[in-house]
Design a protein around this ligand. Structure first.
Ligand code: PBG
Ligand code: ZN
Length: 323
């Protein structure tokens, strides 16, 4: 194949031809929509750094979940903003906690919508860390008990999938064991297996009021410079019986997505995180980029890199364009 006989442009001449040779497809089925459920009622507060995304109380969450369902999006992932926070994050494993109440409300009206829950402590602890603090650091093994209890109470409330995002060692096994011991062997675990200590989570922490009150998350989340370590993390989670693997964030880690896709045979999820969303919104607001085209190009790129599913704040906007 040499120029001038071979000419690549022949295959790009018009849209139908381009459709015929297209390699990657973003589908509504690939999308998971994140939602922030706040304790109280009558709340619908836009997150300043995330236009179009709201902290909202349960009745509004159910309303938006219905819209998500009507767009054909198969799943939502829930984050909770509790009434009160404490050192042990007790709301997170209370059967009357904000997430448990939210799950029941969604499942009552929309039983077929897949409800995934983020399992972590940071939205519920007053110190904002993803686990219990002991002598100034997050205590791994003490935290495992609380994470497993949290996952169990989500499932009891009706969650379809639990997604631990804390990055404690051994948490997938701890959750699997407690779920199985309580008759929930049918519930999959979606592990945030490869989660980096990223500045791209900034807007989310405003949304979830979960900024650490001291220090940072670098003693449990991964160093952005590391690739081989991602394989070790994913291997451990596979051994602990994870059902999905996740890489997070997405855009600065597309190489990792590709690597994990090639090395592991579990469905792979990419988390297109808050900062990635906010950057597109901000640039579009300045009229510096074409919002819809940049959004679709970004989501397609995440799929092309190897993601099977994408958690994205753009899910509703993308679904409207894909319909
Ligand atoms: C909780 C959690 C975070 C995100 C998802 N689950 C924040 C963090 O680890 O600091 C980030 C999501 C986003 O930025 O969109 N551990
Ligand atoms: Zn956390």
């Amino acid at each position: 194949m040499f120029f001038p006989e071979y000419r690549a442009r022949r295959m790009r001449r018009n849209e139908n031809l381009r459709r015929m040779v297209r390699e990657t497809f973003l589908r509504i089925d690939d999308l998971i929509y994140p939602m922030f459920s706040a304790a109280g009622s009558g709340i619908r507060k836009e997150i300043p750094s995330m236009p179009g995304i709201y902290q909202q109380s349960i009745e509004h969450i159910v309303e938006e979940a219905r819209e998500v369902r009507d767009l054909g999006i198969p799943a939502v992932i829930l984050f909770g903003i509790p009434e009160t926070k404490d050192p042990l994050g007790q709301d997170s494993y209370s059967d009357q906690g904000i997430i448990q109440e939210t799950i029941r409300a969604i499942k009552k009206d929309l039983p077929e919508l897949i409800v995934i829950t983020d399992v972590c402590m940071c939205e519920y602890t007053d110190h904002g860390h993803c686990g219990v603090i002991h002598e100034g650091d997050v205590d791994n093994d003490e935290t495992l008990k609380l994470l497993a209890a949290q996952a169990l109470s989500h499932v009891r409330a009706g969650a379809d999938i639990v997604a631990p995002s804390d990055m404690m060692d051994g948490r997938v096994a701890a959750i699997r064991e407690l779920l199985d011991a309580n008759g929930f062997s049918r519930i999959p675990v979606m592990s945030y297996a490869v989660k980096y200590a990223s500045a791209y989570y900034g807007p989310f922490r405003d949304a979830a009021d979960s900024t650490p009150q001291f220090g940072d998350r670098r003693s449990y989340q991964m160093d952005p410079a590391n690739r081989i370590e991602a394989f070790r993390e994913a291997t451990l989670d596979v051994q602990e019986c994870a059902d999905f693997l996740m890489v997070k964030p997405a855009l600065a880690y597309l190489d990792i997505l590709r690597d994990i896709k090639e090395r592991f045979d579990l469905p792979l999820v990419a988390y297109n995180v808050s900062g990635e969303y906010s950057m597109i919104k901000a640039a579009a607001k300045m009229d510096w980029i074409d919002h819809d085209r940049v959004m679709m190009e970004t989501l397609t790129g995440i799929k092309r890199a190897g993601a099977d599913l994408i958690i994205t704040y753009h899910a509703k906007e993308a679904a409207r364009l894909l319909k």
